[in-house]
Ligand binder design. Structure first.
Ligand code: GYE
Length: 308
């Protein structure tokens, strides 16, 4: 009937694109928003999404990728929990001629042809932005030394490595800023609270600043600070990354001083890129998303506009 009406459908219309996606886990508000974005975008784009949650374990991601290869999906996409250890499984995907798209986090492989592109943020720049905010803050109290504690993300993950490096680059050589302690809290609220408790026990009122690699750890730490009888955002200045709703709520309560945005809404760009790759269109090796810095002063005004 369509043909009689003069309508022809392209041959591939009947066969939807199949993407196998291996997600890191559900460790943070950011991650949840990222998962929702990818699932929604797949639905809207008519893509069949095979979604696997790795529960923060690389071995689960490797298994998921191997299963996607066995199922002959059209595209494999994943957010690598850590940077290293991907060469073998990515070579297997390449041998099976299945293109690989990285989302959010980078891998450390010698052969860059093992993946098509990385869609995500510039984490080094996020770390620099956090550092620059703190340098400006320190300028307002000349002569005062600020002792910093740092909560790192997942050990070996791109955002933990890069956010640390970017921050250090900016504060290095500043005589007012001194790193007291740095430790991982795995990007979770529970760990953020636990590690902050240990920092407080060891250093108490000597801590002036907390730099957390994500909002969730900052929010966990805020609880620890309050339980220790101190005022988060005042007695201890808090700088974090992501810009999730929970961070805006904390800023509006005066408990968080600034969050550096990291955009999790990568779904639409992933679907478009996957389609382009399968259609043989050239794509850039790196697709970076635009981000801002939100100090507490603008939190109430920006809150209604936030999408995650
Ligand atoms: O900042 C953190 C999440 O890889 C950018 O992972 C992502 C990070 C994000 O757990 O909240």
């Amino acid at each position: 009937a369509l043909a009689m009406a003069g309508i022809t459908l392209p041959a591939f219309a009947a066969k939807p694109l199949v993407i196998g996606f291996s997600q890191v886990g559900a460790e943070s508000e950011w991650r949840t928003a990222n998962t929702v974005s990818i699932k929604d975008a797949a639905k809207k784009a008519g893509v069949t999404l095979k979604f696997a949650d790795a529960q923060q374990r690389q071995e689960n991601q490797v298994k998921a990728i191997r299963s996607f290869i066995a199922q002959k999906v059209d595209v494999i996409a994943f957010s690598p929990v850590v940077e290293s250890g991907w060469d073998t499984v990515l070579r297997e995907a390449k041998a099976a001629k299945i293109p690989v798209i990285l989302t959010d986090r980078d891998v450390n492989v010698a052969d860059k042809s093992l993946y098509v592109t990385l869609i995500g943020s510039d984490f080094v720049e996020e770390g620099r932005r956090a550092g620059r905010w703190l340098v400006d803050y320190a300028k307002k109290q000349p002569g005062k030394t600020l002792n910093i504690v740092e909560l790192q993300g997942t050990v070996g993950s791109a955002p933990a490595i890069d956010r640390k490096a970017g921050f250090e680059e900016v504060i290095k050589g500043n005589p007012q800023l001194k790193m007291l302690r740095t430790q991982t809290a795995e990007f979770t609220r529970a760990k953020g609270k636990e590690v902050m408790e240990a920092f407080l026990k060891a250093h108490g009122k000597n801590i002036n600043v907390l730099y957390a690699h994500n909002d969730d750890m900052a929010i966990g730490a805020i609880q620890a600070i309050e339980e220790a009888g101190l005022k988060p955002g005042k007695d201890i200045v808090i700088v974090s990354v992501d810009g999730v709703r929970g961070a805006f709520e904390a800023m509006m309560q005066g408990k968080l001083n600034v969050t550096v945005e990291c955009n999790p809404l990568l779904g639409p760009l992933l679907m478009q890129t996957a389609k382009d790759v399968v259609a043989g269109k050239p794509v850039q090796k790196r697709l970076v998303v635009e981000e801002r810095v939100f100090p507490a002063e603008v939190a109430a005004k920006e809150f209604p506009n936030r999408k995650y």
